[in-house]
Write a protein that binds this ligand. Structure first.
Ligand code: G3H
Ligand code: ZN
Length: 280
């Protein structure tokens, strides 16, 4: 069933489990993610990024599909808008029943970021929608996505207090769309952020992180774990294998269905790595 994002993330933080958030581009992603969650017996978050919305030309078609997939799922599933810089898109997502949004004002300077994010948080809280933000580097550099960037715990606490956000994306060593598993996570920093910041912490760019480090990040206090590239890598690899095995294939269901099954298994595996599965 579709559940509020805050329910999944809140329970995960309290129990020191990971709340996995996987990016959806095609409907097959949403189906694979919920199938994997059912296999693992774990809750999961489906997230649609502003970039994915741009690909589809509109939010509504893919959002309605993802929402319907979530409603039919065997475990609790939440719907999240990822990396939105357009407040119009935030409003649209809330109207479509999303349980949460990430408003990304990291390109702005600190004061403007705080003011814009606080306004989005007020709007969303009126509708019981959970809000994630990211604290950009002061001076507006690459924010949480530069491998060398680090979030200062004191600044993070002040930012959360000033904006009223419910979750915070922090810079602890990852960057987006990494295909090599060589990201070095700053585990002592994660622990310090968990102490200093009263809301769940969000790890972006998790595809570049080794399994053991993902588990260690959750143990150290990271809660929402965003994964996009790793599922696309598995999905596309399966499509490539299926097409190579049968050059005469024309039915899209044959290779997309095969990729969906392989991706579901990867989701189930990752949910174990992230301690999202309930204890025995
Ligand atoms: O917001 C989504 C993520 O940060 C995913 O990053 O593609 O490196 O897993 P990734
Ligand atoms: Zn991200």
């Amino acid at each position: 069933p579709l559940v509020p994002t805050g329910a999944i993330v809140g329970a995960a933080r309290a129990r020191r489990r990971g709340a996995a958030a996987f990016n959806v581009i095609q409907i097959e992603h949403a189906q694979a993610i919920t199938a994997g969650a059912s296999q693992a017996g774990a809750p999961v978050i489906l997230q649609l990024s502003q970039n994915a919305v741009r690909y589809h030309g509109a939010l509504r078609p893919i959002a309605m599909a993802a929402r319907a997939v979530a409603e039919l799922a065997g475990t609790p599933v939440a719907l999240h808008l990822d990396h939105a810089t357009d407040t119009g898109l935030v409003h649209e997502a809330v109207a479509l029943g999303f349980g949460s949004v990430m408003y990304d004002a990291s390109a702005l300077g600190y004061e403007d970021n705080v003011a814009a994010t606080a306004e989005v948080a007020r709007f969303c809280h009126d509708q019981d929608v959970w809000v994630e933000a990211e604290l950009g580097e002061i001076g507006g550099k690459d924010g949480v996505h530069a491998p060398g960037a680090r979030t200062d715990p004191g600044e993070a606490a002040a930012y959360v207090a000033a904006t009223g956000v419910d979750g915070l994306a922090v810079a602890v060593g990852t960057s987006h769309a990494m295909l090599t598993r060589d990201a070095a996570l700053d585990l002592p920093l994660i622990a310090a952020l968990r102490e200093a910041v009263p809301v769940p912490l969000v790890l972006h760019g998790s595809s570049g992180v080794a399994d053991a480090d993902l588990t260690a990040a959750v143990d150290a206090g990271m809660t929402k774990i965003n994964i996009a590239t790793q599922l696309n890598k598995v999905f596309t690899g399966a499509v490539r294998d299926r097409l190579a095995a049968d050059p005469a294939l024309v039915d899209t269901r044959k290779y997309l269905g095969a990729a969906r099954d392989v991706t579901a298994a990867e989701v189930a595996r990752l949910l174990g790595v992230l301690r999202s599965t309930p204890p025995e």
